[in-house]
Ligand binder design. Sequence first.
Ligand SMILES: [Zn+2]
Ligand SMILES: [Zn+2]
Length: 438
Amino acid sequence: MRVDADDFVVVSHEDAAPSPLESAPRYLSEIDDAIEHMSERLWTVNKKIHDNPELGYEEFIAHETLTTFMRSVDGWKVTPSAYGLKTAWVAVWDSGTKGPVVSFNCEMDALEEIGHACGHNLIATASVSGAIATAEIMKSNRLAGKVVLFGTPAEEGGGGKIKLLQAGAYKDHKVDLNLISHPGIKRNHALTRTSAYTAFRVEYFGREAHAAASPWLGINALDALVTAYNAISVLRQQTMPGDIIQGNISDGGSRPNIIHAYAAGNFVVRADTQARLDELVVKVRNCFEAGATATGAKLKITPSMAYADHVPNRPLGASYARYFNALSSSSPSQMIPADQDLDEMLGRSGASTDQGDVSYAMPSLSPGFAIVPGPQGNGPHSPDFTQASGTRDAFEKALRVGKALAGTAVDVLTVDGLLDQVKQAWKESTKKGSQAVA
Ligand SMILES: [Zn+2]
Ligand SMILES: [Zn+2]
């Protein structure tokens, strides 16, 4: 152990991670076998999704590929186009005996022009393999309970999981918790905290006038937006770490010799927690009001989308890390640290996801896993990552995640008192999130 100049205590992996042999969890080899057994069929599914990128709510090929695959697996009941969304789907495996209900989310959408640059094909692979392996273990060990796999459209700004939450999809199946994962290039971690975010369009309405002959007759909408933009730059001096405010100007007037009657832009505000975001948005709104007050232009704000922060769950993270590390034969730097404070620090991301909203509705685990980057070494949302997420190596890494997610689910079904601990931690952490900024 050493103490860094920044006062972070860095625990070396020799100290922190138990050796795989000592900690081999009970169902590890059975889960490993179940997933390896179907790996070639899963590779075909993974490749088909990766090579046919589709935008949010238009994941028709992915929907068809995944529902067809799930129908081919013994004992699963599949509902395509579920909850009024064409590309949402639900697959259920029921042991027939009442018990905990574990669920997985399966993402499918890609990004405009750059394809599967967020690696959602790998998320699908991990969740599908994890859900099926969980059901296999339940079958062979006669465990009570249910596995539900949700096909969740439009993560990239479309909020598909929020629509499913609102439609009661998780409540309908009496889901106790939800599992998912996300690829990146940095390192493996179990505990992920993403930013809460809200996106909105801002418009100012002024009045045209000749900019040289009679400017006093005009109301300058662009000046209103520029004033607001500058006020936001000033606000940034007083923001908290984790607060992020970004925007563009999409409409800045038509001609230089006309006072600009219309100006507009798109803005995104992020913060560590939903509660902090609510505070920050009030301050940002005041900046926009300032632009309107200074110029006399009329302000209109139209919200487009908002995601809550993802709240990590430590008991679920501990189970996942135990399985994940036991599956590793790679270098210690690829292991998840046993120190959960350090793990959570490594899993902090400025990005946002609709899994955050899921994490406020039920305990959620969304571990991050590192794949080998493309030639430019770029992370998600770059064409380089599109290439990286299509490789066989990345697929193998997603299978390892699927195995560890299944291990987590099986722990919840078999370890006495674990589900209660998971729920207790969830209650405390979702409460803590809202108190952190009080
Ligand atoms: Zn993304
Ligand atoms: Zn993503």
